[in-house]
Design a binder for this molecule. Structure first.
Ligand code: ADP
Length: 431
């Protein structure tokens, strides 16, 4: 129905009723009484309107707490409509709050930092990643100028130059950050930060690896090429010299082959395309093979012993052969003639452990943490003399990682070293 009619018809009816009542009183009791009755009726109507007006004003002071009255006459419709508006408003606010909570949670989970600033760079909001990257604390720093909070000359230059289409690489608090400012709305800007420390580290490792590998390959290649040049320049070289050159070339060729094989092994161990396929590893068999290989490498220069006191486990026989073989051959290569090498397989606190003990040259403490880095050697020439590639312990580390095991290194210079691979109880066959 037409809303004008809904309002005016009952109001008109009520007025007519008062005027009609006044006319009836006038008819029976005279004009004065009629006028008084009509006035009384109008006053009563006015009082009722004022009462509801007061209630409306009271409700408007605090629309959330006070309950709206049912009203009377036109007020019933007004209050009903106000009540509906309030319910809609509450629903909208609840939806908005839920959306905001979801947005905040998403922002909290974001690995990248996001900070919202106004047009003059006063901090309005930031997520936990931004707090961590930039050393901010939202509670404490809200409303402060970002250039006062991030005190890096590079960052300040970036703001001054205002070339925001280009990201800025920033070294801040031992991190490598990629930072960019994105203006949005008219008077706000978003500061986005991405932590590139890890990717930078991996990139550096990749560059180092290529540089080291090229260097390692170049040395034997130079030696071989040198002898080849001598051989072609001097075809009538004495047989004995030629044999000595061939011997050296063979050694360098073997060195390159070892290196390429170790590099391929490492690549395979790191590749997700070659997941570990656990099988039953017959430990006694495996360790006896390792013992024989170690004795062969030692050529009787050391006393090599084996003690097997542990069970078979689940793992990759080939990978474990490579890791244990590397540890045992290191013991031979870094133990002077006459030394003793013990190879052990035992259970310690229900955890299987493989250990190689030697009484060789030992390692100074400052080198120990870096030994499993690729191409890291304490003494380069000793490693090369003994056909080392510098990749042995990196291979050991990766094999152990794939088995959930850890490498513990104990060493005293001039006294000897123990390399122990500790496996989790989960590799036991009945685990
Ligand atoms: P390499 O091929 O040079 O032996 P590894 O990765 O196997 O490479 O070992 C890295 C370095 O750790 C070696 O160059 C050597 O300096 C040190 N090292 C490893 N095992 C021993 C050991 N048993 N005794 C002393 N030093 C060792």
């Amino acid at each position: 129905m037409n809303p004008h009619l809904v309002f005016w018809v009952p109001a008109g009816l009520r007025l007519s009723l008062i005027l009609g009542g006044g006319a009836v009183v006038w008819h029976y009791f005279g004009l004065l009484a009629g006028l008084a009755a009509a006035l009384l009726g109008v006053c009563a109507l006015l009082v009722i309107q004022l009462h509801y007006l007061y209630q409306l004003s009271d409700w408007l002071d605090d629309p959330r707490s006070a309950k709206l009255p049912d009203g009377w006459g036109a007020w019933t419709g007004i209050f009903a409509r106000l009540y509906k508006l309030r319910r809609e408003d509450e629903r909208n606010q609840a939806e908005l709050a839920e959306w905001l909570a979801r947005f905040r949670q998403a922002m909290t989970l974001l690995p990248d930092g996001v900070a919202i600033m106004d047009d003059v760079l006063f901090l309005e909001w930031c997520n936990p990643a931004a707090e961590q990257h930039l050393g901010l604390q939202l509670e404490r720093d809200k409303g402060m100028r970002v250039t006062n909070l991030i005190r890096s000359p590079d960052f300040i230059d970036y703001i001054i130059l205002g070339r925001y289409e280009q990201p800025l690489t920033l070294s801040l608090r031992d991190r490598k950050l990629i930072v960019q400012i994105i203006p949005f709305e008219n008077r706000r800007q978003i500061l986005v930060t991405h932590d590139a420390t890890e990717s930078e580290r991996i990139e550096m490792m990749r560059r180092d690896f290529i540089a080291n590998a090229s260097h390692e390959l170049r040395t034997p290649l130079t030696v071989i090429n040198g002898f080849l040049e001598i051989a072609s320049a001097q075809p009538d070289l004495a047989l004995q010299t030629r044999m000595a050159h061939l011997q050296l070339m063979t050694e360098q060729g073997r060195r390159m082959q070892n290196l390429v094989e170790d590099m391929l092994t490492l690549t395979r161990l790191e590749s997700v395309e070659y997941p570990l396929r656990p099988e039953r590893v017959a430990m006694r068999n495996l360790l006896e093979q390792i013992l024989q290989e170690t004795q062969a490498l030692s050529g009787g220069r050391h006393t090599v012993t084996l003690e097997v006191d542990g069970p078979d486990i689940k793992g990759s026989t080939d990978e474990l052969r490579s890791a244990f073989g590397n540890l045992a051959s290191n013991a031979v290569r870094y133990t002077p003639e006459g030394g003793a090498i013990r190879i052990l397989w035992r259970l310690r606190d229900n955890q299987p452990e493989f250990a190689v003990e030697d009484n060789g040259i030992g390692i100074r403490p400052e080198h120990i943490a870096r030994l499993t880095e690729r191409f890291y050697r304490v003494d380069k020439s000793r490693s090369r003399e003994t056909q080392g590639t510098g990749l042995g312990l990196a291979i050991v580390k990766h094999v152990l990682l794939r088995h959930g095991a850890t490498l513990a290194i104990c060493s005293v210079p001039e006294k000897g070293s123990t390399f122990a691979a500790r496996f989790p109880a989960s590799v036991l066959l009945d685990a």
